[in-house]
Design a binder for this molecule. Structure first.
Ligand SMILES: [Cu+2]
Length: 353
């Protein structure tokens, strides 16, 4: 509310200043004063200087005071490289930004209209042109080469023992699927997607029988995790800021991202002194009205806790035993064993049919 009133106040003051300025100009026209252009230019030049000072001071103040809000603690291996790249780029572009803006404003003020000033004829200066072409070219080449190298490392194929997690974006939720005890995600086909089978799992393949789909994402610390990313309807984007991870989820075009978490949730809570801290996944693609609600908790466990958690999860088939009908009869028994469905439940189900 305070900011709103302040904003209205500033707008009113600016409006009044503008009107006073207009009235002054009109009066001087009416009196046929000669220096009308001169006054207008002086006011404009001064306003630009004021704008520049307020702008640069607010930019520096905001960057400094809100630092912790946009620079989150790091918790992944490759994140150290991307952070370094980010800050090198930020220092260079930040310095150029501030210097060019100070010059821009200074020149506008210094060379405002003045009757006594005369234009100076200036053809060109090869030395100057070479400097401002070659210097940025070298700096940009170095930045881009470093970026490509880091990107190459991040995008290398995941090792065979990586923990595979499938993540699916839809309006408006994230769903995850783990490969289960056989360490292999079952095949899918988008045509098989329905209200229960959110991943379009092909239940005729035995690999999907022990897959499970929990509400929270759990991952082990210090182990490579490979995210296989899909989308069901529109573009979404997987964003895990603490792991410096962002990758679009594109319908019909699976993407992936591998990373290695370096700190468990508990370790990060201790480090920050914040017992309520949680890692989170957010969607960073404006994907519709409920975009804001696409948040999911991520828990980074020690290897031991992770194994315990995995062992405690119920398979998708166990939670949806009625889906057994989609499995060919000859394979059903094997599916019951592999998915761990309760026999009593199967009997009840058969009785109700
Ligand atoms: Cu989304």
């Amino acid at each position: 509310m305070f900011e709103f009133v302040l904003g209205i106040g500033i707008l009113l003051v600016l409006g009044i200043l503008f009107l006073m300025f207009r009235v002054g100009t009109l009066v001087s026209i009416a009196r046929k004063k000669k220096d009308e252009v001169g006054t207008s230019n002086k006011v404009n030049a001064l306003l630009l200087v004021l704008f520049g000072i307020v702008g640069i001071v607010s930019f520096l103040w905001y960057s400094w005071s809100e630092f912790d809000r946009y620079s989150l603690p790091l918790a992944s291996v490759h994140g150290a490289d991307t952070d370094q790249l980010f800050w090198i780029t930020m220092y260079i572009t930040g310095a150029v930004f501030v210097i060019t803006h100070i010059l821009l404003i200074y020149f506008s003020y210094r060379y405002q209209y003045n009757e006594k000033n005369t234009a100076k004829f200036f053809t060109d200066n090869h030395k100057l042109e070479i400097i401002w072409t070659v210097l940025p070219a070298i700096v940009l080449t170095l930045l881009i080469s470093k970026g490509l190298m880091v990107w190459g490392d991040i995008m290398e194929p995941a090792p065979d023992d990586a923990e595979v997690v499938e993540i699916m974006g839809s309006q408006f939720a994230w769903d995850v699927r783990y490969p289960g005890k056989d360490n292999s995600l079952g095949e899918y086909d988008y045509k098989l997607i329905d209200a229960t089978n959110l991943f379009g799992m092909n239940l005729e393949g035995s690999e999907s029988w022990d897959d499970f789909s929990p509400l929270e994402i759990h991952i082990p610390v210090n182990k490579t995790v490979l995210l296989n990313i899909r989308a069901r309807d529109v573009l979404h984007s997987v964003y895990m800021p603490h792991f410096r991870l962002k990758m679009d989820a594109v319908p019909g075009m699976p993407t992936h991202f591998k990373f290695t978490p370096t700190m468990t949730t508990q370790e990060m809570r201790d480090k920050l002194g914040n017992p309520d801290f949680n890692y989170e996944l957010a969607c960073t693609e404006i994907c519709g009205r409920g975009h804001f609600s696409m948040r999911k908790l991520i828990v980074v466990d020690s290897q031991e806790d992770y194994e315990k958690w995995k062992a405690s999860q119920k398979t998708w088939l166990q939670l949806n035993p009625d889906q057994l009908v989609k499995i060919p009869e000859g394979m059903r028994e094997a599916a019951i064993v592999k998915s761990g469905i309760d026999r009593e439940e199967v009997k009840n189900l058969e009785a109700s049919l």
